[in-house]
Design a protein around this ligand. Structure first.
Ligand code: CA
Ligand code: CA
Length: 148
């Protein structure tokens, strides 16, 4: 008989191995270190990506340090994810890089060589080839990663 005790044991096992917390992110999300990430299944421009992330209960991913950057780029590599937008922009003031939703100053950068380049490139993508940052026009269509 599968009783309450067995159920409790099962829940504890699931918790220990992370599947319970993974499930708590919901379908289409991946859990890593207490955060949930969603890798888009389509590409669109930066603002539509922000809107989409908001609509599914999150925000365009904000990189809070090297550890999170590595976590997200490793997940992306594992699924051969193409170039993708992150929640980082200098659209409000040239050269002042802010997180897209919180509007906090970005402290961590991992620019690709020669980046950030000049011109009308106010949004940041992660380049699939070297997993580094590159500023591009916000109107480009890119895949994107949401976070909650
Ligand atoms: Ca984050
Ligand atoms: Ca660039």
């Amino acid at each position: 008989m599968f009783g309450l005790h067995q159920f409790t044991v099962l829940v504890v096992i699931c918790y220990l191995f992370g599947s319970a917390s993974s499930r708590s992110c919901g379908d289409g999300w991946v859990e890593r270190y207490g955060r949930c990430y969603h890798f888009s299944r389509f590409s669109t421009h930066f603002f539509a990506a922000m809107y989409y992330c908001k609509r599914i209960g999150g925000a365009l991913v904000e990189i809070d340090g090297s550890h999170e950057y590595l976590t997200v780029t490793n997940l992306a590599k594992a699924i051969y994810f193409p170039d993708f937008f992150i929640g980082l922009t200098d659209i409000y003031s040239k050269g002042v890089w802010l997180k897209a939703k919180s509007l906090d100053f970005q402290r961590y950068f991992k620019w690709s060589p020669g980046e950030p380049s000049y011109g009308d490139q106010d949004c940041v993508q992660v380049y699939r080839f070297d997993s580094k940052m590159d500023n591009v026009r916000c109107t480009k269509n890119r895949h994107f990663v949401c976070e909650k």
